[in-house]
Design a protein around this ligand. Structure first.
Ligand code: ZN
Ligand code: ZN
Length: 333
Protein backbone atom coordinates (compact mmCIF):
# COMPACT_ATOMS: atom_id res chain seq x y z
CA UNK A 1 0.00 0.00 0.00
CA UNK A 2 1.00 3.64 -0.29
CA UNK A 3 1.61 5.42 3.01
CA UNK A 4 3.34 8.34 4.68
CA UNK A 5 5.72 7.85 7.58
CA UNK A 6 7.51 10.32 9.83
CA UNK A 7 11.15 9.80 8.90
CA UNK A 8 12.83 12.73 10.65
CA UNK A 9 10.68 14.88 12.99
CA UNK A 10 11.28 18.59 12.40
CA UNK A 11 9.72 21.76 11.00
CA UNK A 12 7.20 20.88 8.30
CA UNK A 13 9.15 22.90 5.73
CA UNK A 14 12.12 20.52 6.16
CA UNK A 15 10.12 17.53 4.90
CA UNK A 16 9.79 15.28 7.98
CA UNK A 17 7.45 12.93 6.13
CA UNK A 18 8.30 10.31 3.54
CA UNK A 19 5.88 8.79 0.97
CA UNK A 20 6.56 5.14 0.29
CA UNK A 21 5.19 1.63 -0.21
CA UNK A 22 4.57 -0.41 2.92
CA UNK A 23 3.06 -3.78 3.74
CA UNK A 24 -0.69 -3.75 4.35
CA UNK A 25 -0.95 -4.27 8.13
CA UNK A 26 -2.34 -7.54 9.50
CA UNK A 27 -5.25 -7.17 11.91
CA UNK A 28 -4.31 -8.67 15.27
CA UNK A 29 -6.66 -10.47 17.64
CA UNK A 30 -9.71 -8.30 18.26
CA UNK A 31 -8.77 -5.87 15.50
CA UNK A 32 -10.35 -4.68 12.27
CA UNK A 33 -8.43 -4.04 9.07
CA UNK A 34 -9.85 -0.88 7.52
CA UNK A 35 -9.48 0.26 3.92
CA UNK A 36 -9.07 4.01 4.37
CA UNK A 37 -11.21 6.32 2.26
CA UNK A 38 -10.66 9.61 4.13
CA UNK A 39 -8.34 10.82 6.87
CA UNK A 40 -8.61 14.31 8.28
CA UNK A 41 -5.46 16.28 9.08
CA UNK A 42 -5.29 17.35 12.72
CA UNK A 43 -2.95 19.87 14.32
CA UNK A 44 -1.72 16.99 16.48
CA UNK A 45 -0.37 15.33 13.31
CA UNK A 46 1.67 18.47 12.81
CA UNK A 47 2.98 18.18 16.38
CA UNK A 48 3.94 14.52 15.72
CA UNK A 49 5.70 15.43 12.45
CA UNK A 50 7.47 18.46 13.87
CA UNK A 51 8.65 16.74 17.05
CA UNK A 52 6.60 18.90 19.46
CA UNK A 53 5.41 15.53 20.74
CA UNK A 54 8.18 13.03 21.55
CA UNK A 55 8.62 10.08 19.21
CA UNK A 56 6.63 7.11 20.53
CA UNK A 57 6.99 4.89 17.48
CA UNK A 58 9.80 5.50 15.02
CA UNK A 59 8.60 5.78 11.40
CA UNK A 60 4.99 6.08 12.53
CA UNK A 61 2.23 6.60 9.99
CA UNK A 62 0.33 9.68 11.25
CA UNK A 63 -3.41 10.23 11.12
CA UNK A 64 -6.16 9.61 13.63
CA UNK A 65 -9.39 10.81 12.01
CA UNK A 66 -9.88 7.86 9.74
CA UNK A 67 -12.99 6.80 7.83
CA UNK A 68 -13.06 3.61 5.81
CA UNK A 69 -14.68 0.26 5.37
CA UNK A 70 -13.87 -2.96 7.18
CA UNK A 71 -11.66 -5.02 4.88
CA UNK A 72 -10.72 -7.83 7.25
CA UNK A 73 -11.35 -9.17 10.74
CA UNK A 74 -8.77 -10.39 13.24
CA UNK A 75 -9.53 -13.41 15.39
CA UNK A 76 -12.25 -13.05 17.98
CA UNK A 77 -13.97 -10.00 16.47
CA UNK A 78 -17.74 -9.98 16.66
CA UNK A 79 -20.26 -7.26 15.88
CA UNK A 80 -18.53 -5.98 12.72
CA UNK A 81 -18.76 -7.23 9.15
CA UNK A 82 -16.56 -6.74 6.10
CA UNK A 83 -17.84 -3.78 4.06
CA UNK A 84 -19.18 -1.83 7.04
CA UNK A 85 -18.21 1.87 7.32
CA UNK A 86 -16.26 2.59 10.53
CA UNK A 87 -14.16 5.31 12.10
CA UNK A 88 -10.75 5.21 13.79
CA UNK A 89 -9.94 7.97 16.28
CA UNK A 90 -7.07 9.18 18.47
CA UNK A 91 -7.68 7.07 21.60
CA UNK A 92 -6.46 3.61 20.66
CA UNK A 93 -6.15 1.61 23.87
CA UNK A 94 -6.68 2.01 27.61
CA UNK A 95 -5.96 -0.51 30.36
CA UNK A 96 -9.50 -0.71 31.73
CA UNK A 97 -8.18 -1.45 35.24
CA UNK A 98 -6.50 1.66 36.65
CA UNK A 99 -8.26 4.10 38.97
CA UNK A 100 -8.93 6.51 36.10
CA UNK A 101 -10.38 3.85 33.80
CA UNK A 102 -12.52 2.44 36.61
CA UNK A 103 -14.06 5.81 37.40
CA UNK A 104 -14.88 6.62 33.76
CA UNK A 105 -11.87 8.85 33.03
CA UNK A 106 -10.14 6.54 30.57
CA UNK A 107 -8.75 9.62 28.78
CA UNK A 108 -6.38 9.93 31.78
CA UNK A 109 -5.23 6.27 31.72
CA UNK A 110 -1.42 6.17 32.10
CA UNK A 111 -1.36 3.11 29.81
CA UNK A 112 -3.36 4.82 27.06
CA UNK A 113 -2.03 4.69 23.52
CA UNK A 114 -2.90 6.80 20.49
CA UNK A 115 -3.43 6.23 16.79
CA UNK A 116 -0.85 7.92 14.59
CA UNK A 117 1.58 8.35 17.51
CA UNK A 118 1.99 5.00 19.35
CA UNK A 119 0.63 3.00 16.42
CA UNK A 120 0.28 3.52 12.69
CA UNK A 121 -2.63 5.67 11.58
CA UNK A 122 -4.55 6.72 8.53
CA UNK A 123 -2.11 8.53 6.22
CA UNK A 124 -2.16 5.25 4.31
CA UNK A 125 -4.46 3.08 2.24
CA UNK A 126 -5.05 0.64 5.10
CA UNK A 127 -5.04 0.88 8.89
CA UNK A 128 -5.99 -1.33 11.82
CA UNK A 129 -8.00 -0.61 14.95
CA UNK A 130 -9.19 -2.63 17.93
CA UNK A 131 -12.89 -3.32 17.36
CA UNK A 132 -13.56 -2.06 20.92
CA UNK A 133 -12.13 1.35 19.96
CA UNK A 134 -13.70 1.66 16.49
CA UNK A 135 -16.73 3.92 16.01
CA UNK A 136 -19.92 3.36 14.11
CA UNK A 137 -20.68 6.45 12.05
CA UNK A 138 -23.89 8.41 11.50
CA UNK A 139 -25.72 8.43 8.15
CA UNK A 140 -26.18 11.55 6.04
CA UNK A 141 -22.52 12.56 5.73
CA UNK A 142 -19.85 11.84 3.13
CA UNK A 143 -16.66 10.06 4.23
CA UNK A 144 -14.78 13.37 3.88
CA UNK A 145 -17.29 15.10 6.16
CA UNK A 146 -17.17 12.31 8.75
CA UNK A 147 -13.37 12.25 9.08
CA UNK A 148 -12.98 15.57 10.98
CA UNK A 149 -15.73 14.55 13.37
CA UNK A 150 -13.44 11.81 14.73
CA UNK A 151 -10.99 14.13 16.50
CA UNK A 152 -11.89 17.74 15.79
CA UNK A 153 -15.52 17.00 16.53
CA UNK A 154 -15.04 14.74 19.55
CA UNK A 155 -12.41 17.01 21.15
CA UNK A 156 -14.59 20.04 20.50
CA UNK A 157 -17.42 18.22 22.24
CA UNK A 158 -15.31 17.40 25.28
CA UNK A 159 -13.85 20.92 25.37
CA UNK A 160 -17.36 22.38 25.39
CA UNK A 161 -18.33 20.09 28.27
CA UNK A 162 -15.11 20.99 30.15
CA UNK A 163 -15.90 24.70 29.65
CA UNK A 164 -19.07 24.19 31.74
CA UNK A 165 -21.15 26.57 29.67
CA UNK A 166 -24.40 27.27 31.54
CA UNK A 167 -27.68 26.87 29.61
CA UNK A 168 -28.15 29.84 27.30
CA UNK A 169 -24.67 31.07 28.26
CA UNK A 170 -22.13 33.28 26.50
CA UNK A 171 -19.24 31.33 24.96
CA UNK A 172 -15.98 32.72 23.59
CA UNK A 173 -14.15 30.62 20.99
CA UNK A 174 -10.46 31.51 20.49
CA UNK A 175 -9.12 30.16 17.22
CA UNK A 176 -11.51 28.87 14.59
CA UNK A 177 -10.21 25.76 12.85
CA UNK A 178 -11.81 22.37 12.35
CA UNK A 179 -12.55 21.63 16.01
CA UNK A 180 -13.85 25.10 16.81
CA UNK A 181 -16.26 25.25 13.89
CA UNK A 182 -17.87 22.00 15.04
CA UNK A 183 -17.97 22.90 18.75
CA UNK A 184 -19.52 26.24 17.81
CA UNK A 185 -22.37 24.50 15.99
CA UNK A 186 -22.91 22.26 19.03
CA UNK A 187 -23.06 25.26 21.34
CA UNK A 188 -25.41 27.15 19.02
CA UNK A 189 -27.69 24.09 18.77
CA UNK A 190 -27.81 24.05 22.57
CA UNK A 191 -28.86 27.71 22.73
CA UNK A 192 -25.56 29.46 23.49
CA UNK A 193 -24.52 32.92 22.33
CA UNK A 194 -21.12 32.47 20.69
CA UNK A 195 -18.38 35.04 20.12
CA UNK A 196 -15.47 33.95 17.91
CA UNK A 197 -12.02 35.55 18.28
CA UNK A 198 -9.50 34.61 15.62
CA UNK A 199 -6.86 36.24 13.44
CA UNK A 200 -8.08 34.66 10.18
CA UNK A 201 -10.56 36.81 8.22
CA UNK A 202 -11.80 33.74 6.30
CA UNK A 203 -12.48 31.94 9.58
CA UNK A 204 -14.38 34.97 10.90
CA UNK A 205 -16.58 34.90 7.77
CA UNK A 206 -17.25 31.18 8.23
CA UNK A 207 -18.14 31.77 11.90
CA UNK A 208 -20.62 34.52 11.06
CA UNK A 209 -22.09 32.32 8.36
CA UNK A 210 -22.68 29.62 10.98
CA UNK A 211 -24.64 32.08 13.10
CA UNK A 212 -22.29 33.34 15.82
CA UNK A 213 -23.15 36.66 17.47
CA UNK A 214 -19.80 38.29 16.73
CA UNK A 215 -16.41 37.54 15.20
CA UNK A 216 -13.36 39.62 16.09
CA UNK A 217 -9.58 39.45 16.11
CA UNK A 218 -7.74 37.11 18.48
CA UNK A 219 -6.68 39.89 20.86
CA UNK A 220 -9.98 41.82 20.71
CA UNK A 221 -12.28 41.91 23.72
CA UNK A 222 -15.62 40.20 23.03
CA UNK A 223 -18.65 42.53 23.07
CA UNK A 224 -19.87 41.10 26.40
CA UNK A 225 -18.29 39.15 29.29
CA UNK A 226 -18.10 35.39 28.76
CA UNK A 227 -19.46 32.61 30.96
CA UNK A 228 -17.08 30.19 29.28
CA UNK A 229 -14.31 30.22 26.74
CA UNK A 230 -12.46 27.56 24.78
CA UNK A 231 -8.92 28.15 23.56
CA UNK A 232 -8.42 26.15 20.36
CA UNK A 233 -5.40 28.08 19.09
CA UNK A 234 -2.11 26.55 20.40
CA UNK A 235 -1.09 30.00 21.61
CA UNK A 236 -0.29 30.37 25.31
CA UNK A 237 -0.28 34.17 25.00
CA UNK A 238 -4.05 33.99 24.53
CA UNK A 239 -4.62 32.41 27.97
CA UNK A 240 -4.53 35.76 29.85
CA UNK A 241 -6.51 37.39 27.02
CA UNK A 242 -9.28 34.79 27.35
CA UNK A 243 -9.22 34.81 31.17
CA UNK A 244 -9.59 38.60 31.17
CA UNK A 245 -12.65 38.24 28.93
CA UNK A 246 -14.43 35.90 31.40
CA UNK A 247 -17.20 37.10 33.64
CA UNK A 248 -17.01 36.31 37.37
CA UNK A 249 -17.12 32.56 37.90
CA UNK A 250 -16.27 31.87 34.27
CA UNK A 251 -14.30 28.89 32.96
CA UNK A 252 -11.61 28.69 30.29
CA UNK A 253 -10.96 25.27 28.75
CA UNK A 254 -7.74 24.77 26.76
CA UNK A 255 -8.47 22.26 24.01
CA UNK A 256 -5.03 21.57 22.53
CA UNK A 257 -2.53 18.82 23.30
CA UNK A 258 0.30 21.34 22.90
CA UNK A 259 0.45 25.01 23.91
CA UNK A 260 3.20 27.58 23.70
CA UNK A 261 4.28 29.10 27.04
CA UNK A 262 1.66 30.95 29.04
CA UNK A 263 2.77 34.45 30.09
CA UNK A 264 2.74 35.44 33.75
CA UNK A 265 -0.84 35.77 34.99
CA UNK A 266 -2.09 38.59 37.16
CA UNK A 267 -4.11 37.05 39.97
CA UNK A 268 -6.57 39.96 40.26
CA UNK A 269 -7.23 40.36 36.55
CA UNK A 270 -7.09 36.77 35.40
CA UNK A 271 -8.08 34.41 38.21
CA UNK A 272 -9.74 36.17 41.16
CA UNK A 273 -13.58 36.19 41.26
CA UNK A 274 -13.43 32.41 40.86
CA UNK A 275 -12.37 32.25 37.26
CA UNK A 276 -11.09 28.77 36.35
CA UNK A 277 -8.71 27.47 33.74
CA UNK A 278 -8.62 23.79 32.84
CA UNK A 279 -7.09 21.57 30.22
CA UNK A 280 -8.75 19.02 27.96
CA UNK A 281 -6.91 15.72 27.64
CA UNK A 282 -7.98 13.51 24.73
CA UNK A 283 -11.44 12.02 25.19
CA UNK A 284 -13.24 8.94 26.40
CA UNK A 285 -15.11 6.56 24.12
CA UNK A 286 -18.29 7.79 25.78
CA UNK A 287 -17.48 11.32 24.56
CA UNK A 288 -17.00 9.93 21.06
CA UNK A 289 -20.27 8.02 21.02
CA UNK A 290 -22.21 10.94 22.50
CA UNK A 291 -20.81 13.36 19.94
CA UNK A 292 -21.39 11.05 16.95
CA UNK A 293 -24.92 10.45 18.21
CA UNK A 294 -25.42 14.23 18.31
CA UNK A 295 -24.06 14.48 14.75
CA UNK A 296 -26.61 11.89 13.67
CA UNK A 297 -29.47 13.95 15.12
CA UNK A 298 -28.28 17.45 14.07
CA UNK A 299 -26.88 17.80 10.58
CA UNK A 300 -23.58 19.62 11.19
CA UNK A 301 -22.04 21.70 8.44
CA UNK A 302 -18.56 20.31 8.04
CA UNK A 303 -16.26 22.63 6.13
CA UNK A 304 -13.74 20.45 4.31
CA UNK A 305 -10.78 21.10 2.04
CA UNK A 306 -9.88 17.88 0.21
CA UNK A 307 -6.34 16.79 -0.73
CA UNK A 308 -5.19 13.60 -2.42
CA UNK A 309 -3.51 11.24 0.08
CA UNK A 310 -0.27 11.75 -1.86
CA UNK A 311 -0.40 15.49 -0.95
CA UNK A 312 -0.44 15.05 2.84
CA UNK A 313 2.77 17.08 3.21
CA UNK A 314 1.15 20.01 1.39
CA UNK A 315 -1.96 19.74 3.58
CA UNK A 316 0.25 19.91 6.70
CA UNK A 317 2.15 22.92 5.37
CA UNK A 318 -1.17 24.65 4.66
CA UNK A 319 -2.37 23.84 8.18
CA UNK A 320 0.85 25.18 9.70
CA UNK A 321 0.40 28.42 7.74
CA UNK A 322 -3.31 28.76 8.68
CA UNK A 323 -4.31 28.44 5.03
CA UNK A 324 -7.00 25.79 5.63
CA UNK A 325 -10.58 26.88 6.11
CA UNK A 326 -12.40 24.22 8.16
CA UNK A 327 -10.70 20.82 8.05
CA UNK A 328 -8.12 19.44 5.62
CA UNK A 329 -9.03 15.88 4.61
CA UNK A 330 -6.88 13.37 2.73
CA UNK A 331 -8.80 11.29 0.21
CA UNK A 332 -7.59 7.97 -1.15
CA UNK A 333 -9.71 7.99 -4.31
ZN1 ZN B 1 -6.33 2.69 32.67
ZN1 ZN C 1 -6.59 15.20 16.51
Amino acid sequence: MSAWQVRRPGPIGTGPLEWLRRQVPEPGAGELLVRVSACAVCRTDLHVCEGDLPVHRPLVVPGHEVVGVVAGLGSGVSGYAVGERVGIAWLRHTCGACRYCRRGDENLCPQSTYTGWDADGGYAEYATVAADFAYRLPEGYSDAELAPLLCAGIIGYRALRRAELPPGGRLGVYGFGASAHLATQLALAEGATVHVLTRSAAARRLALDLGVASAGGADDAPPEPLDSAILFAPAGELVPVALAALDRGGTLAIAGIHLTDIPVLDYQRHLFQERSVRSVTANTRVDGREFLDFAGRHRLRVSVTGYPLAAADRALRDLAADRVNGAAVLLTT
